[in-house]
Design a protein around this ligand. Structure first.
Ligand code: TRP
Length: 460
């Protein structure tokens, strides 16, 4: 198959890191950490990243490069026709995931515009303002539509021109702004209370929910479990050292999430807010601080922050839209432009209930009741297709590598681009994780998560 691939190694790492670094790091990671015990969650999260996240990422990339195809074709050609269904499941997760993700990207886009040019900057009643803001469908509709259109335009440009260029420029900017905001937030009154919450663990806070939330967060943040990295892996050269590249992606992603936490918690505590408030956390904690900087500075710094948050989200929505796109281009041989328009339209329509889930329509806002609280349609989408769907995809991929593709093929793929692989310690680690630890751990976690989340049955 003649595939136009990434032009260089740094191009692939930048694009994969661009996919990984997104709302998951800056929006979701801090509020998950806040809700599940602060530093204790951070510790569990880091363990998940090392023993599960990294091996799953290496597995996905090596499958993709070996098959040179979209997830469906990859599982089919390296396995059997039925295994192709696992690829389809990944594609469905990708579509549903993006439908909800794009709503939050729309919030970020709206905050960027309203902070830069509008009157969102204020120090009073920020939680209330955020609540009113996301309930207001008239603005949000256009912001998330705008975001989807932007994503579609870049994806229509193809792998090299669009995705690679955007990632290379924007990622370093985000990093710099984060560092600047951390320096600022650490100087505020009570900042150290936030640092303590974030960095000094109280292990008595860990329970099974902490663990499955951390695991779900790891899959969310590293873009695992739905074949996004099978797709990206199919575009890289055989000379690439997969172990190293994946290591760089994991490191970058974890670093950005860690820094986001270090930025947010001092802000939250210095303003006397609670860290457990959930999805509003970033949108509520930051504008107050920007307002305190004075009108002009606040608009500039606040605008820049939400602009970069949009960029981070954009490199992720691109990778998500690329999943159904590569699939349809490969399988149906339709022109890329037509495929992109079709997928983006369908996903946008699917996102409407998620958009209406924040107070606009009561039916979607209180869609179901589980985990002891009312859950919106939007919550349900992330719970099913992210917290459960992604670890499930990872679990089945582990089974696939063990039983179908074989560790021998895995070793061969890894050896291309790293001739020392078979004699090195990395191989020992990856084999141990892929053969023993991950299938068992992921299998247990998926079952436990489903039972506890949806049936209220607590196993341990
Ligand atoms: N990792 C991204 C984030 O943290 C989200 C994302 C993009 C993703 N592509 C993905 C998640 C593919 C799972 C699979 O914001």
């Amino acid at each position: 198959m003649n595939r136009v691939g990434f032009s260089s190694r740094i191009g692939f790492v930048a694009a994969a890191a661009g996919s990984a670094v997104g709302l998951g790091n800056i929006w979701r990671f801090p509020y998950e950490t806040g809700q599940h015990g602060g530093a204790a969650f951070l510790v569990v999260y880091l363990i998940c990243i090392i023993i599960i996240g990294y091996p799953v990422m290496v597995g996905e990339i090596s499958l993709g490069r070996s098959a040179q195809a979209n997830p469906y074709r990859a599982y089919r050609s390296l396995g059997t026709k039925n295994w192709g269904l696992l690829g389809i499941w990944g594609i469905i997760c990708g579509i549903m995931f993006l439908s909800a993700y794009n709503v939050v990207a729309g919030w970020a886009f709206g905050y960027f515009l309203q902070i830069s040019f509008g009157d969102l900057l204020s120090t009073s009643d920020l939680p209330g303002k955020f609540g009113t803001y996301i309930a207001d469908i008239s603005d949000n509709f256009f912001y998330s539509l705008g975001f989807m259109v932007l994503t579609a335009i870049i994806v229509a440009g193809g792998i090299k021109k669009g995705i690679e260029t955007a990632s290379k420029i924007l990622m370093p900017l985000l990093f710099l702004l984060l560092i600047g905001l951390i320096a600022y937030s650490l100087t505020l009154e009570n900042a150290m209370e936030g640092v303590r919450f974030y960095l000094i663990p109280d292990f008595s806070l860990i329970n099974v929910r902490t663990i499955y939330s951390a695991l779900g967060q790891a899959f969310f943040s590293l873009s695992l479990g739905m074949g996004a990295l099978i797709t990206y892996g199919s575009y890289i050269s055989k000379k690439e050292n997969i172990g190293n590249s994946a290591g760089m992606v994991v490191f970058t992603d974890t670093m950005v999430a860690f820094l986001a936490g270090l930025m947010i918690f001092p802000l939250v505590f210095s303003q006397g807010q609670t860290p457990t408030q959930g999805p509003g956390l970033v949108f509520v904690a930051l504008p107050g601080i920007f307002a305190q900087m004075g009108l002009i500075t606040g608009k500039i710094v606040g605008g820049a922050f939400f602009l970069l948050l949009c960029f981070a989200a954009l490199t992720s929505t691109i990778s998500l839209l690329e999943i159904p796109t590569t699939y349809l281009v490969d399988e149906k041989r339709w022109p890329r432009l037509r495929v992109v328009i079709l997928s983006a339209t369908v996903i946008f329509l699917v996102s409407l209930p998620s958009m209406l889930s924040h107070g606009a329509i009561d039916f979607f806002t209180r869609f179901l009741h589980y985990e002891g609280v009312d859950k919106s349609f939007f919550d349900l989408v992330f719970d099913v297709f992210s917290d459960v769907g992604l670890p499930l995809g990872g679990f089945l991929m582990m089974i696939f590598i063990n039983k179908k593709w074989g560790m021998k093929s895995f070793d061969e793929e890894m050896t291309q681009g790293n001739s020392n692989f078979v004699t090195g310690i990395l191989k020992t680690f990856l084999h141990f994780m892929i053969i023993w630890v991950n299938p068992v751990l992921l299998g247990i976690m998926v079952v436990v998560t489903v039972l506890q989340k949806f049936f209220g049955i607590i196993i341990f």
